[in-house]
Design a protein around this ligand. Sequence first.
Ligand code: MLC
Ligand code: AMP
Length: 463
Amino acid sequence: MKRWSDAPYQPVLCNHRGDWVTAAELSARSRRVAGRFAGAGLRAGDRILMSCPPSVDLVVAHVAALRLGLVVVPVNTAFSASELANVLNESLAKLSVVDDPARVPHGPTVGPAVELADYEPPPLDTVGRDDPAMLVFTSGTTGRPKGVMLSHANLLSSAEALRIAWRWTPADRLVLSLPLFHMHGLGVGVHGTLLAGASAVIVPRFSVDEVLDAVAHDQATLVFGVPTMWVRILESSRVGELAGLRLCVSGSAPLAADVWQGLADRGGQQILERYGMTETVMNVSNPYEGERRPGSVGLPLPGVNVRLHDITTDGVGEIVLTGPNVFTGYWERPESNADAFTADGWFRTGDLGSFDPDGYLRIVGRCKDLIITGGFNVYPRDIEDVLREHIGVADVAVAGEPSPEWGETVVAYVVRTDSAIDAETLLGHAASRLAGYQRPRRIVFLPELPRNAMGKVVKNLLP
Ligand code: MLC
Ligand code: AMP
């Protein structure tokens, strides 16, 4: 905030049409929107749901909410009405900022430009470091979603660690084509840009051409993406246009070593891979100076402590963490909080890792039941529950299958009640209830599922 008044004419945000917003304008616009939220009856501590495609207006609304002390509840724009209803019911959000009011099952809505009556806001920027800033829900198509509570201190410490580690300065310009409802787009892209006093060009929907056009047109220095985006850029004849960037970062899912090498050879960029999580924002990163090691996520970020828990003989253990970035607990879920931390207070990531002799961390697997496809999380249980609703499904297990483009894709293994039930019928059923990224890409019929003595499906025995 201080940096905005230090350099009021510095451009901060721009949409893909090239309309720049300066620091002074961001300050004034977010103040006006904060006033509108206050006029609508929202007070510090109230939750506000936000689910819109990336835009400058959305960032202004996000900043306005944080300045007023509201708790932002970001929601995937691909969520169905029932998923949105789950999040609304859990968070008790007082207002939803959405692209399409028809998506919201109940409660007041407003568009990202927040077209409400103007109102004089109370004093802004008065929240404390430990006050909640965001409540981010994970999972939840069918079960009760778990809300991750992040304080202002969590978000600030992570953005500051990235500013230091990646040498982020006011001279940097980021091309930001990530969705603004996850930590990658928001916690890294938006918060990092604002904390560094830098600038960002917002591309509403990722495409290789839109990103590379923005890089060229706006003299960008930074591009951040999930591995699927890097794979698509590598496949493009324009990959060489990366060469002039100061830094390219990959995260949210593993970047394959051959993709890393291809981008180094043909794009002239040694991609910097880092590791983060909703519960902890950013944890570990390859160094800016020094070796960026393909297949490794690097070294702990400033302030973050990492160790392995329950190490097996081959040196693999669950990655556990402490640091100012680690969240304060799940929203109204004491039972989940107990499982989420070790007895001595380290956060259990559910990721399996090993350390190279010189301290570089490798993520070698997961002990949580999770598929990551194109950087989006899919919880197999959610998809199994939806398929199980179909009368033709006697038993079902959902797992990830390796994919060069998506990292993993969703596959459903089904025991059917009737051999006349075909894959198309079940895919149609899934499509009517699930977001695009959650839908199984393939159905495999089996006579029975492999189960252990406890009756639990042994997923690594699925074909
Ligand atoms: C879209 N589809 C996906 C998908 N995204 N399927 C599987 N996985 C995904 N991630 C579906 C569409 O619904 C569509 O289905 C079909 O794939 C083709 O769509 P597309 O046009 O090719 O996809 P596109 O819209 O280009 O999306 C690809 C993408 C997007 C990579 C741009 O997935 C994306 O923005 N991913 C970023 C996710 C992210 O920000 N994660 C950060 C999490 S934070 P149909 O059936 O309609 O044809 C986190 C912490 C950390 O993890 O460390 O950062
Ligand atoms: P989310 O809950 O959406 O924040 O997703 C966090 C998960 O993404 C982590 O627990 C990891 O499993 C995964 N992840 C993030 N970054 C990486 C990475 N660089 N390599 C492998 N997995 C990653």
